[in-house]
Design a protein. Structure first.
Length: 197
């Protein structure tokens, strides 16, 4: 008869789960230690991208992998530059409510115009997630260059031209959106101080 004080023999599945859980905790602790070091994190990712680009240039291959990484990073950049709550969608919803006559005159209302209240810029993709996703994508792309399966022969100048056109068009649209709704996704200059002489 076994008593409850005796340790039970662990199965191989429990051993694997315990080691996976331990590795997950160590990974999360490492990420938590890197969180406050923004400049160092981005410099490390930039170094990883430089290594990747050198690998592409010197090996004369894996252009599809490079193009895929560039498109993914462009998608991340656009999500980083966009506000979490799109003002154009809010403007459309407000216009729909006005058309339907769904105004509420029962009491005091919250500010309904953009200039009535200060709203901080909240990104659709936070800086931490942007960095983490860009770093993971760069590592995966670098690992893809170690296999010949991903070295698909393509005429790379077409990919470069297509990416440049795509980048110019999407950034033009994003900048027009930023100008139209008067938001800047970056902190430029010092914070304004009120009441000081």
């Amino acid at each position: 008869m076994m008593s409850s004080d005796e340790p039970q023999a662990s199965t191989p599945l429990q051993t694997v789960q315990a080691s996976f859980s331990k590795a997950q905790r160590q990974y999360q602790q490492t990420l938590d230690r890197w969180t406050p070091h923004v400049l160092q994190r981005w410099l490390g990712t930039l170094g990883l991208l430089v290594v990747f680009m050198l690998r592409i240039v010197f090996s004369q291959g894996w252009y599809i992998v490079c193009y895929g990484l560039a498109i993914y990073l462009l998608n991340l950049l656009l999500a980083f530059l966009q506000p979490k709550f799109d003002p154009s969608l809010q403007e459309d919803l407000l216009a729909d409510e006005i058309e339907e006559g769904a105004t509420d005159d029962n009491g005091p209302a919250l500010p309904s115009q953009r200039d009535d209240e200060f709203r901080p810029f909240v990104r659709r993709l936070p800086e931490w997630q942007f960095w983490l996703s860009a770093t993971r994508a760069s590592l995966i792309s670098l690992l893809c260059t170690t296999s010949g399966v991903f070295d698909v022969p393509v005429y790379w100048p077409i990919l470069v031209v297509y990416f440049c056109v795509l980048f110019a068009l999407t950034m033009r649209r994003q900048i027009q959106h930023m100008i139209k709704y008067k938001y800047i996704p970056f902190d430029i200059g010092r914070k304004a101080r009120y009441g000081s002489k």
